[in-house]
Design a protein around this ligand. Structure first.
Ligand code: HEM
Length: 405
């Protein structure tokens, strides 16, 4: 049946018969979890959009109406708001996996992935404005104001973005339209992401050619992905039913008031790392560029020179540098919640510098380790004559080129 019907044939080539490496670990689960997050967000978002009013005098109350009067509205809103946190948790794990296992050398898949990340950030930012609470309004004011740092055109650009002289009704309406539409664009991009992925096939945790040891996607990875989905949806249910306000800011329970600036303005947890980087630079344009750079830097990873081994799994130095980067990311996130005063200010500056330093040091660790390995092998034997090191490096290189050309 699945070979005869055209539609089923395409579907089964993606989800049923697709040859997948035999040794994928749980770090390969996050892609499917991201897909599930996207579907859940679109579903809950669509149902809420039926009851939401994008108008400054009614937006806050319409969200209260969803929470109190609409059947199951409290569930939809909580699942949507907390679903965003799970979405970002998964995307950070997915990107981290890519950095550790050198998946960025799958250039097309990676570049589309980076675009997915940027669009997702824009969706989350515009979505946070919709409940029109204090943090919605002031968060939007801080972030949109950053565009004004662009020399010459900046101030006009911000007014154009606002549709007025400050964040207001026109801003809310266009943010709602963007927040409604962009997830569908995301869906198309996910299709392209998967298309490119299936062109090369998945990587694997050993970083070796997996063609000889492939298994069909069904039932092996259908079941493995299902286990991941049950765990993630279970965890989301625990948050939604037991701690629905776990990730939210109490300030956003107060309706937006342009005349009262909250004492501490901060974004949701998933943007705190970039927020710290922004605040660590005393110059507005510099801060805005560092903020943008902290995300856009992912686009240049495919330009790294290739190492002989694919991934950091056999390289203890790269291991250390990678996990130091992850720890530093957590420090940046924590500092984003603290006031801009000693010692947090200084720690934030150091962590911001370390964040960017990682992207220089990480590739160096590959070549440092390779040289060490080949030097030690060369020193321990003269069996193959003077050019043992070169011969072996050339052998590995040719193997590598064959696999990833
Ligand atoms: C809405 C967001 C995204 C969705 C739904 C998504 C979906 C997926 C899926 C289903 C896979 C295959 C399973 C797996 O390897 O986990 C995958 C693989 C991959 N994704 Fe994503 N992805 C998203 C975002 C990203 C981002 C932000 C990046 C990088 C910046 C990225 C880079 C990659 C790469 C390089 C692979 C192949 C990894 C390998 O096989 O070694 N993706 N993605």
């Amino acid at each position: 049946m699945r070979y005869r019907n055209r539609f089923l044939k395409v579907l089964s080539s993606v989800l049923y018969d697709l040859p997948a490496p035999v040794n994928l670990t749980i770090f390969w689960n996050f892609g499917s979890l991201l897909g599930v997050c996207l579907v859940m967000q679109i579903f809950t978002g669509l149902l809420m959009a039926v009851h939401y009013t994008p108008e400054v005098s009614q937006a806050f109350d319409s969200v209260v109406h969803i929470m109190r009067d609409v059947n199951g509205g409290w569930f939809l809103r909580s699942a949507h708001a907390n679903g965003a946190s799970f979405f970002f948790g998964c995307i950070y794990a997915h990107i981290g996996r890519g950095i550790f296992y050198h998946s960025f050398f799958m250039t097309h898949t990676w570049l589309v992935g980076c675009t997915l990340f940027v669009v997702l950030m824009a969706i989350a930012t515009t979505g946070y404005v919709l409940p029109w609470g204090q943090m919605s309004f002031w968060g939007a004011t801080v972030i949109t104001n950053l565009w004004s740092a662009i020399p010459y055109v900046g101030p006009s650009l911000v007014e154009w973005l606002w549709g007025g002289f400050c964040v207001g009704d026109a801003t809310l309406k266009r943010f709602f339209v963007f927040h409604f539409l962009a997830p569908f664009i995301l869906m198309v991009l996910v299709g392209v992401h998967i298309l490119f992925l299936h062109d090369t096939g998945s990587g694997n945790p050993l970083g070796i050619d997996s063609d000889a040891e492939a298994v069909p996607f069904h039932s092996y990875y259908v079941l493995k992905d299902l286990v991941g989905i049950v765990i993630m949806v279970g965890a989301l249910c625990i948050v939604v039913f037991c701690e629905p306000d776990l990730f939210s800011d109490p300030t956003n329970f107060t309706p937006a008031d342009p005349m009262k600036t909250p004492l501490h303005i901060q974004p949701e947890w998933y943007f705190l790392f970039a927020y710290t980087i922004l605040r660590s630079i005393p110059n507005k344009l510099g801060g805005a560029m560092a903020l943008a750079g902290s995300v856009l830097i992912l686009y240049i990873l495919p330009l790294y020179p290739k190492s002989l081994w694919r991934g950091s799994q056999y390289n203890p130095v790269a291991h250390f540098v990678f996990w130091a980067f992850v720890s530093n990311f957590i420090v940046l996130t924590y500092i984003g919640m603290c006031p801009v005063e000693p010692p947090f200010e200084f720690v934030g500056m150091v962590a911001s510098v370390l964040y960017f330093l990682f992207y220089i040091i990480y590739p160096l660790t590959w070549f440092f380790w390779e040289n060490m390995i080949f030097d030690s092998v060369y020193e321990s034997t003269d069996m193959y004559g003077d050019n043992y090191k070169e011969t072996n490096a050339a052998y590995f290189c040719s193997f590598y080129e064959d696999e990833y050309k």
